[in-house]
Design a protein around this ligand. Structure first.
Ligand code: FEO
Ligand code: CA
Ligand code: CA
Length: 629
């Protein structure tokens, strides 16, 4: 659509806007250097730590002055009485009671419910996927689909989902699990019953031979990141659910939809060999029951999780919530695949403060929209409403249920802007501006650039800043149009990026493949990265960065935490008082040649009988105080 625009034009337009903004923020001052910066490490940023060196190690590292405690590892007990972890003799029953694999989203939910307690709460963690080659002896990346047996498939399914673990901070600042907690819970892909709610629930396309009602699903898949609602529940995002479905979509009634979501008979998990529901030839509608946002109340261990169909079906990275002054809520979510879209949901009704059960239906009615960006700095939210524009019967949409089951196709027909892999999308609780993390897109060509995706190929990714009308708590997140900026072009400080960072050389670190974000209490942005195997090629670990969003340190990241070898970083989350930062180290040792028997790292146990373990780490400042200063 904007193919005539050159990279230089796009970046210079954005730069002009940014410098005007900085001039305003600096009260009209024209200098971009703060007093006394003179090349000192702390001069341009409000963050109080010196950046780490970006080197790969077998173990993790954290900025000086901070302690990093490995708090929960794959196989640690969750349900009281869980057997001790024995990776050489793992069982389904043990795994159902233990912490799952590949921790991603992390939320700290204070106890009691509704409090701001930072010493006692529920650690809520998604388990996105499994690496059988690192979980079981004798399995490799090459044969992990065909080699695993039924029990191993079940262990993998039990290692998916979510864990809720009650934790408490000790007087020395470290964290412990609370023994015999009644809150502790495991949600799995194996046997946790969930309900479907909203406009698509009960639709014929959600019915299977196991569920003739189209309203009940066993389990959840590929829970990547998520969000927290103002009424104290969690939103868990089902992302790459296509990876679990075998069979051949050719000729099936659902073929178009299956292929649109990436299901083409080449799963990366072997479960379909034991379960017909994961074989699309045998159960062609089962896949339609995944790709939703799941709501879970961590304070209610009996709650049946809800898949909210009104929020659309795609590869949801996350779902983050903004509350409007009138109590209606806005949920942002990205579809993490190359050339997919950015979405927003606005609830029809207001939440009922204090009535968390009544609010469980709030996300069932509202308007889902998709984003279109314009080069003049405007963006528009296009409503996905059945009967409007192309979303009609002649295009195969017989009801709103069809629009929601095939959200991607509906969004394409409306002319949404294809993005460079939308990961986390999150509004700043202080300014109300929304940050859209675009991880990378090596398939974007120079001829398919647009203003919001200005580099092709884009191996490093970028972050957009969306600006709704109004400011702070009064930001109008339901407005049909926002404006936008590019916050950060990831990648080395050279070429187009030298221009971007010319005023602050060597004062921070460049980053690659931004993924999950969160905000600290001062409104600064913390950015987790996921480069995949590119971290080996770049000799550059994944980890956690932080940057200011205002002032001269704006968009200049500092490297705070380095993951161990072959891991990605996920889940950054602070306690309400900002004195503990929880992060998730995902898939340590994941590499083509790395196996249970010969892993590329033994993090975090460094015991040759124990393979690497995905783990949640709690970071505190030595002698206490807020993280980042
Ligand atoms: Fe699971 Fe898009 O990361
Ligand atoms: Ca992610
Ligand atoms: Ca990721």
């Amino acid at each position: 659509m904007f193919s005539a625009i050159t990279l230089e034009t796009l970046i210079s337009v954005r730069m002009d806007r940014r410098q005007v903004l900085q001039g305003i923020l600096a009260g009209g001052a024209t200098t971009l250097f703060p007093m006394g910066s003179e090349g000192g490490n702390l001069g341009v940023s409000t963050l109080d730590f010196s950046p780490l060196a970006q080197k790969i190690h077998d173990t993790h590292r954290c900025a000086e002055g901070y302690d990093a405690q490995v708090l929960m590892r794959w196989g640690d007990w969750v349900l009281p009485g869980a057997p001790p972890f024995d990776p050489h003799h793992q069982t389904v029953s043990a795994q159902k009671q233990q912490f799952g694999y590949n921790n991603d989203f992390v939320a700290f939910m204070p106890l009691p419910r509704g409090s701001q307690n930072s010493d006692h709460g529920l650690l809520c963690v998604n388990h996105e996927f499994t690496n059988p080659e690192l979980m079981f002896p004798g399995v490799t990346v090459g044969d992990r689909v065909c080699r695993i047996n039924r029990e191993q498939a079940d262990i993998e399914m039990a290692a998916h989902g979510h864990s809720i673990v009650e934790i408490r901070r000790k007087t020395d600042g470290s964290w412990i699990q609370v023994a015999e907690s009644l809150y502790n819970r495991r949600i799995t892909a194996l046997d946790t019953l969930m309900v479907l709610a909203g406009p698509a629930a009960g639709n014929a396309r959600l019915r299977t031979s196991q569920d003739l009602t189209g309203r009940y699903v066993t389990g959840t898949l590929n829970n990547c990141s998520g969000g927290v609602t103002p009424w104290g529940t969690l939103l868990l995002a089902e992302e790459n659910f296509d990876k679990y479905f075998g069979g051949d979509p050719e000729g099936l009634e659902e073929e178009r939809t299956l292929r649109d979501l990436g299901i083409k008979g080449s799963p990366v998990h072997g479960w379909y060999r034991f379960y017909d529901r994961f074989d699309c030839t045998k159960e062609p509608t089962e896949a339609n029951r995944f790709g939703w946002i799941v709501e879970l109340d961590p304070y209610d261990p009996t709650m049946v999780p809800i898949k909210h169909t009104a929020l659309g079906r795609f590869k949801h990275e996350a779902a983050t919530v903004w509350t409007m002054p009138d109590g209606r809520v806005v949920v942002y979510s990205g579809d993490d695949e190359r050339f997919q879209f950015l979405y927003r949901f606005v609830s029809t009704y207001a939440m009922v403060v204090g009535d968390y059960k009544a609010n469980r239906t709030l996300l069932d009615e509202g308007v889902l929209s998709v984003a279109r960006f314009y080069p003049d700095g405007r963006m528009e939210w296009l409503p996905l409403i059945w009967g409007q524009g192309p979303l009609v019967a002649e295009n195969g949409f017989l009801s709103q249920a069809d629009v929601l089951i095939e959200t991607r196709r509906a969004a394409r027909l409306l002319g949404a802007t294809p993005m460079d892999r939308p990961e986390d999308v999150e509004p700043s609780p202080i300014t109300g501006k929304v940050y859209v993390v675009l991880s990378n897109n090596t398939k974007r060509k120079a001829k398919s650039l647009d203003a919001a995706n200005p580099r092709g190929p884009n191996p490093y990714g970028h972050i957009l800043e969306l600006i709704p009308p109004g400011t702070g708590r009064d930001s109008r997140h339901d407005a049909p149009e926002f404006s936008w900026e590019i916050l950060l072009l990831a990648g080395p400080f050279e070429g187009a990026n030298a221009h971007y960072h010319r005023d602050t050389p060597l004062q921070g670190n460049w980053l690659a493949a931004p993924d999950n974000i969160c905000f600290d209490i001062k409104g600064r942005l913390w950015i987790a990265t996921d480069q995949g195997e590119m971290q080996r090629e770049r000799n550059f670990p994944d980890g956690l960065y932080a940057c200011d969003l205002e002032g001269v340190g704006r968009a200049l990241p500092r490297f705070f935490f380095a993951c161990p070898r072959d891991a990605e970083m996920a889940g950054p989350c602070f306690t309400p008082d900002n004195t503990t930062l929880f992060i998730a180290v995902q898939h340590p040792g994941e590499f083509a040649l790395s196996t249970f028997d010969w892993p590329s790292t033994y993090w975090p146990d460094f015991n040759e009988r124990i393979p690497p373990r995905p783990s949640v780490v709690a970071i505190t400042r030595k002698n206490g105080g807020p993280i980042g200063g």
